[in-house]
Design a protein around this ligand. Structure first.
Ligand code: PLP
Length: 384
């Protein structure tokens, strides 16, 4: 029996339709999209069509959509591009951002920009007024708040950010929407967001493809310089086949989002209720299970006294792929910066186990996952 895969926030398996499309394209003799011969023109047409389809699926104008090499690159182009355009103005983000955002802030700080990180409450939510106060404090040129957290699944109050920033109307708002895309509805333009980053491999598309949405009129100074592709924002030869496959994954994902969302919510509640019943001291990190402000597909579970990495390794041996929510440094689990920001102590911040559902997760997978988790938790406890 193959292992159960509940690690879609790490990466989601390639969808079969996307795989078939990709293989066909890889065999189809595509040239460099900048070449004028027939193979080049075919590749250019593929990219133009992929952009049109991805933009239509996202509900944005195609000239606003930049293809990138993934979520990390989209974030770096947005944050460092905005920082370079804004001169000495500051950058603000939350403490629980993905390392791609925190890393971009580090680079901006090394280049002399003032940066501020805003804390979150015990469930992971940021207060828009605290964000605004930090932005005023460093005359922020850009504020970055993730749409949803990859470890604990809290969904941030994006709609309240622009009103809170009313005294700073020219401060750009970026959101890392890598985990939110396809899982919750987004109204980026309606919420007054200027820049948003996405990644295809969280949706059953290929790894190595992302998108950056740049609202019309927003000026970025490209951190990468080269051949001028993607409006000069992401220079480099375009991988036409990958981009076309990614656009298909996006269309499929957004087409089934409403249905998937309610299916995942039901399954996640069932998983948590079963765990809570059979492992009495298990804790749910992040928003409460009844809180509407949570990703429908993500649970972060703590078993006091059990290290998340050891738990994830034992689960792997027993046939369940899930993640320790914390980063892994030189073989030992570092405490998760997200769980620490919630106020958990170092031991508990090492203990998070992330279970994340996706396009091919079945009710049977979840039932077996609970059985495996229950058994492994009992045996780890017995050997302590
Ligand atoms: N942002 C978040 C919230 C993520 O979860 C990830 C991936 O784990 C990224 C950014 C980076 O995306 P990519 O792996 O496409 O570079």
């Amino acid at each position: 029996m193959s292992a159960i895969y509940l690690d879609h926030n790490a990466t989601s398996p390639l969808r079969p339709e996307v795989r078939a499309h990709l293989i066909e394209l890889l065999d189809s003799e595509l040239g460099n999209p900048s070449s004028l011969h027939a193979r080049g023109r075919r590749a250019r047409h593929l990219i133009d069509t992929a952009r049109e389809r991805a933009a239509a699926a996202l509900g944005v104008h195609e000239t606003e959509l930049v293809f990138t090499a993934g979520g990390t690159e989209s974030i770096q182009i947005a944050l460092l591009g905005a920082a370079a355009a804004a001169g000495a103005r500051g950058l603000v983000a939350t403490r629980i951002e993905h390392s791609a955002v925190l890393g971009a802030l580090e680079v901006a700080a090394e280049r002399g920009a003032p940066t501020r990180l805003v804390g979150v409450d015990a469930h992971g939510f940021v207060d828009p007024d605290e964000v605004a106060s930090a932005a005023r404090g460093c005359a922020a040129g850009l504020v970055s708040v993730q749409a949803a957290n990859n470890e604990i699944g809290c969904v941030q109050p994006l709609a309240a950010l622009r009103p809170a920033l009313r005294e700073l109307p020219d401060t750009l708002l970026h959101t890392d929407a890598v985990q939110a895309l396809g899982r919750i509805p987004l109204d980026l333009a309606g919420w007054g967001i200027d820049l948003a980053s996405f990644s295809a491999h969280k949706l059953g598309g290929p790894a190595g493809v992302g998108w950056l949405w740049v609202r019309r009129g927003v000026e970025l100074r490209a951190p990468l310089r080269g051949g001028g592709q993607e409006h000069g924002l992401r220079p480099g030869t375009e991988p036409a086949a990958l981009w076309s496959a990614a656009a298909l994954a996006l269309e499929l994902t957004l087409g089934e989002q409403a249905q998937a969302r309610s299916r995942w919510s039901g399954l996640a509640v069932q998983i948590w209720e079963e765990i809570a019943r059979s492992v009495p001291d298990a804790r749910l990190h992040g928003p409460a299970i009844t809180d509407a402000r949570r990703l429908p597909n993500t649970l972060n579970i703590g078993l006091p006294g059990v290290d998340g990495k050891i738990l994830a390794m034992q689960l792997d041996l027993a046939g369940l792929c899930a993640s320790a929510g914390s980063a892994c440094a030189s073989g030992s689990a570092a405490p998760s910066h997200v769980l620490l920001a919630l106020g958990l102590d170092e031991d508990r911040a090492r203990g998070g186990l992330r279970v994340s559902l996706g396009w091919n997760t079945s009710a049977e997978d979840c039932k077996r996952a609970v059985e495996i988790l229950r058994g492994v938790a009992a045996s780890l406890r017995a050997t302590r």
